[in-house]
Ligand binder design. Structure first.
Ligand code: FMN
Length: 148
């Protein structure tokens, strides 16, 4: 059983719903999962953090949503190395924009720099293609859970 902290980056709420679905599925598989809508630096670097699951949309011109941005910037500034922590990223965007899913990509890049272990490749969700990504998310979570 793993302790999974789900960090949400959202502006309009769609990615929050995805994060809640992930939490429900991970709990059904016997893991501990909590969704952090305003994730703080201390939550992330806490000793009980085993896995970070980042569910992030993109806003502006390829930017991390405002609710996740302070944590992103603090991690980038303070640069805590966390090789003992695993991670996965769900990056939601819209391919009609130039910088598709760039917010999630930026977070994934930073977590790699901080030496977290990438458990599975990021899942990219295109709001332009599918409004209801539940099946894709469920399959991806199964893949993640197999690595825990
Ligand atoms: C003003 C605005 C800017 C956006 N910029 C981007 C972008 O640069 N790249 C991208 O992939 N998606 C972009 N999107 C699309 C959102 O990421 C997408 O609609 C997503 O589903 C929103 O998720 P949320 O409801 O969790 O905020 C933008 C949407 C808006 C409204």
């Amino acid at each position: 059983m793993a302790n999974i902290k789900i960090l949400v980056g959202t502006t309009f709420g769609a990615t929050q719903e995805i994060a809640e679905d992930c939490a429900a599925q991970l709990k059904a598989l016997g893991h501990e999962a909590c969704v952090l809508r305003q994730p703080q630096y201390d939550d992330v670097v806490a000793e009980d953090t085993e896995v970070l699951l980042v569910c992030s949309a993109t806003i502006g011109q390829g930017e991390v949503p405002e609710n996740l941005l302070p944590l992103y910037l603090e991690l980038r500034d303070r640069f805590p190395l966390m090789p003992q922590v695993g991670f996965g990223v769900i990056a939601r965007g819209d391919s009609s924009y130039d910088d598709f899913a760039e917010g999630g990509r930026q977070v994934a890049d930073l977590l790699r720099e901080l030496q977290l272990r990438e458990l599975v490749s990021p899942l990219f969700l295109d709001a332009c293609e599918t409004m209801d990504p539940e099946a894709e998310v469920d399959a991806w979570i199964q893949g993640l859970a197999a690595k825990l």
